[in-house]
Write a protein that binds this ligand. Structure first.
Ligand SMILES: Nc1ncnc2c1ncn2[C@@H]1O[C@H](COP(=O)(O)OP(=O)(O)O)[C@@H](O)[C@H]1O
Ligand SMILES: [Mg+2]
Length: 359
């Protein structure tokens, strides 16, 4: 899919801007603080409901305004859809093809945007929740029931945690252990299946980008010992969970990571190597999405040149443009040698929250 049009009202320093995007490479240049990242953020928020820069959406809304509104036209092979997302009084509402009461989950299903940005190295070195979100975004777009399954699991988890804190009886807890167990099973299966396919896309990319690190394997930890139903595991750890006041096993504790022959711990990677790993993960997710869905997600790439050395800028852009995906790329400036090799279909100059098409 790709976005043909993006309209942004009251996002950070952008008051009201509308732009037409090309299906290929779209480049945004401009000085620091101009609003380049905010344009990428707008596309990403339409796909995720939150930003890659902050989980607190009040920071996204332009100071002193009442409504933040994002609209896009998204074209897939078979249809064009109108996407809208509004934030007012701290609440988000979705619009889909003019329908004002669309579900957020349907909006996110219709808009697929992946992103690489200066904070993306946290995918390798940061906390597990970032890796879980990355994984779940991929699973969400291939498994129709995943979002509903996750809601069911989260609801049961909240109940069990509340009961643990209230020192409820074993009988009461057993009911929720069983509910959690049933909710967890399809989540674990779907994530495991996704990870296996993701690994097949990722390993060749890492062998290519980071040969010095030796062979790589992808480790997935589902969050509990999958040889047993989660219900049995929860029974075993019940005393400990009571003492801690929360549930210590289950899909909410899942994690994954990369293990290189010459760097068994991610702490042995340089920041540059972490970034290359994160780019490889993003590209692997793109090609897996394409092989399952038959079309590309949009790729947002923020601050290319400050993130990579010249050789890797060219490698990354070759992979990005080679994917055939729509690319939204930013930089304070993009080296002309790079633009000669990878010509932009559209070039935007951004200044003080305003965008001007120069190509
Ligand atoms: N909630 C907000 N309201 C108004 N302005 C904001 C808000 N959040 C950030 N800004 C401003 O918006 C701009 C955002 O710029 P950014 O997209 O990060 O620029 P760039 O990527 O071009 O460096 C900055 O000038 C920042 O100070
Ligand atoms: Mg920026």
């Amino acid at each position: 899919m790709h976005l043909t049009e993006l309209r942004i009202q009251n996002l950070r320093n952008i008051e009201d801007q509308r732009l037409e995007l090309a299906a290929g490479l779209n480049v945004f240049v401009g000085p620091n603080g101009a609003g380049k990242t905010s344009f990428l953020e707008a596309a990403y928020v339409l796909s995720h409901g939150s930003s890659f820069r902050t989980h607190q959406s009040e920071h996204l809304q332009r100071r002193g305004t009442e409504t933040l509104a994002l609209y896009a036209q998204a074209r897939t092979r078979s249809l064009t859809r109108r996407l809208g997302l509004l934030r007012r009084d701290g609440h988000w509402t979705a619009r889909l093809d003019g329908e004002a009461s669309a579900r957020l989950v349907d909006l996110f299903a219709a808009c697929a945007v992946v992103c690489f940005e200066p904070g993306s190295h946290a995918l390798i070195a940061g906390a597990a929740d970032g890796r879980r979100s990355f994984l779940d975004w991929g699973v969400f777009h291939v498994e129709h029931d995943f979002a509903a399954g996750m809601r069911r699991y989260r609801r049961a988890l909240r109940q069990r945690n509340a009961l643990l804190k209230q020192e409820a009886s074993d009988e009461e807890l057993a009911i929720w252990d069983e509910e959690l167990s049933q909710a967890a099973e399809p989540l674990g299966r779907a994530r495991e299946a996704y990870m296996e396919r993701f690994g097949r896309e990722l390993v060749p990319l890492l062998d290519d980008y980071l040969p010095e690190l030796g062979g790589v394997s992808l480790r997935f930890r589902p969050g509990w010992n999958r040889d047993m139903p989660l219900g049995e595991v929860l029974k075993e750890v019940r005393q400990r969970d009571r003492a801690l006041g929360h549930t210590t096993r289950g899909p909410h504790r899942a994690d994954w990571g990369l293990v290189f022959a010459n760097a068994p711990s991610h702490e042995q990677l340089s920041r540059g190597q972490e970034k290359l790993c994160a780019i490889a993960c993003t590209l692997a997710q793109v090609s897996l999405y394409r092989s399952i869905r038959g079309e590309n997600p949009v790729i947002a790439f923020d601050d290319l040149c400050s993130e990579l050395d010249a050789a890797h800028q060219a490698v990354a852009l070759a992979a990005l443009t080679g994917s055939g995906a729509q690319i939204l790329l930013t930089g304070t400036e993009i080296p002309s040698a790079l633009l000669e090799r990878f010509p932009a279909q559209r070039l935007f100059h951004v200044e003080q929250g305003k965008v001007r098409a120069v190509l």
